[in-house]
Each structure stands twice: as C-alpha cells, then as structure tokens.
Design a protein around this ligand. Sequence first.
Ligand SMILES: [Zn+2]
Length: 304
Amino acid sequence: MEKGQKHTEKAKRKIREKALEQFKNGMPEKTKIKLRENAKTNSNFGMKGKKHTTEAKEKQRLSHIGKTSWNKGKVCPQISKGLIGREASKETRRNMSKSRKNGFKDGSIKLNDSNFKKNHKSIFKGKTYKEIYGKERAKEIIEKGRLKKVGKIKPNALKFHRSSEERKKRSDRMKEMHKSGKIILPIKDTKIEVKIQNFLKKLGIEFFTHQYMKISHGYQCDIFIPEQETEGVIIPKKTIIETDGCYWHGCPICNLNSHKNLERQKERDNLRTKELQEKGFRVIRLWEHEIRKMKMDNFQEILI
Ligand SMILES: [Zn+2]
C-alpha cells in the first residue's frame, strides 16, 4: 500500500477474518517468538519502552480538541463490573489528591466543581488561606469575611431588599393583621407566667393564656380568667393577669437598667390597663420580683 492510502471497510473485514482464522487456537509459538525478536531488534516497533515527547503530546491534544471521544456513551459491562467495589490503592489516592491540589493551584479545578466541593474539606484541612489561595487572594477573602462580621456586607442583603416605602406598607399591613387578631404570635410562657398558671390550676380556676385583646392597643394578654363560680372560688369579674418582667416593664423597686423602648412600654402598659378597665375587665399587674417570692396564700389574697 502506498502512503496515505486506506483499506476499505470490506478489506478490513477480510483481514480481521483471516487473522481470527489464523489464531483460532491462540497465537502459534512461532509467531510469538518472531514478534518478540522483532520488538527487541527493531527500534521502530510500536511505542514499547518509549515516551511521547511533549511536542507530540501537544500535537495529539490539539488534534483531539472538538472531537467526540471514541467511547462516549459506550458501556463496557466487563470493565465496569470488574471495577465495582474496588478501592483505589494508597498510592493512587495519594496521586489523585496531589493532582487535585495542583489543579486548584493552576486554576484547572474551579470552586463550583461539584467533585472538588466534595473533597475540598480534606484539601483545606489545617491550612491557611494564604497557603491555599496565595497571598493576594487570601487578603481579599479575609477582608470580605471581616466586613461581613462587622455588618457592612449583609448576606442576602440584595436578595431581600425592600425600599423604605415597601417596608412601611408591609409594616402597616402586619400591624393591621395583629390588630384584627388574624395573626397570633406563638409566645413562650415565661417562668413567672408558669408559676401563676400552676396556682390557678391548683385552685381549679379556668383560664386562658395569650388571648388576643381587641382594644385600640391590641395585644396578647398573659392570662385571661373568665367570670366563674367553681367549688369555693368565685371570680365575679373577667380578669386579666399581667406578669411584668422587672427589666422590660421598668419596675421601680428593682430599678434595673433602662432600655431604649422603656418609656414606650410603660406608656402602652398604662394605656392597656386603662382601656381594659373601661371595657369592664379587672386588671392585675404583678411584678416579676413579687411573683418570685409569692406563695399560694399571697396569690389567693390578691385574686379574691
Ligand atoms: Zn422588680
């Protein structure tokens, strides 16, 4: 055959058939020896014992760009079955780890690479940003983290950004919903509330917690006791018990530190008491320090 010519498909098939016929019972010893001798003496025999030059490798790489790999989408059950359950040897794993590290350094592995993400923890373990990213990038990352902590960059700040107008609209809408009783926030019972609740239980008095009070400064009261007459206990008037925390509501006896909403809170407490009384409720406001010391007898005296 001349250089540059190719066998036709038909000719190829013929050659293959001939070879199969010839080596039906394995390769004859004669042929094997011949091939071995040939490999020893003939320096051009395949690539045996030789390596491609970097130039040749580059040439191959360029020639493959844009072409579909010969085995794309093909399945080789024999090989895949054989590989199932096999563990990479220590050396292989070490090499894989090395290539990952190098890949990160030269930028061929990117941060959003899912495989890289899976493994990045082990790569980063015990290393500083400087060691991983280099001096300049490390500086950037550290500065970004610092700003986040300081609060200059809020995570999700852009995501949930609302204009001041929108915020006001939303706030108004929420206020209305609270007022109308459509939204009732789950409130956790405080220790002092629980103590009072237990007193009431022992006395066999029916009560409700966190009832929404529909007054102009609507809110959820701590304890609401409806009018009732049970064995020995008479509650002649619907009653509200407020358990006021000494700090939050500004107890004058404990005289704790003030907070920025204290004046507003005091004002609201007074207004609510007044409004409830006008609506025919009996309002009992108990301070936290009182409740802490309170015994059943004290409570009974206050209630009845
Ligand atoms: Zn107090």
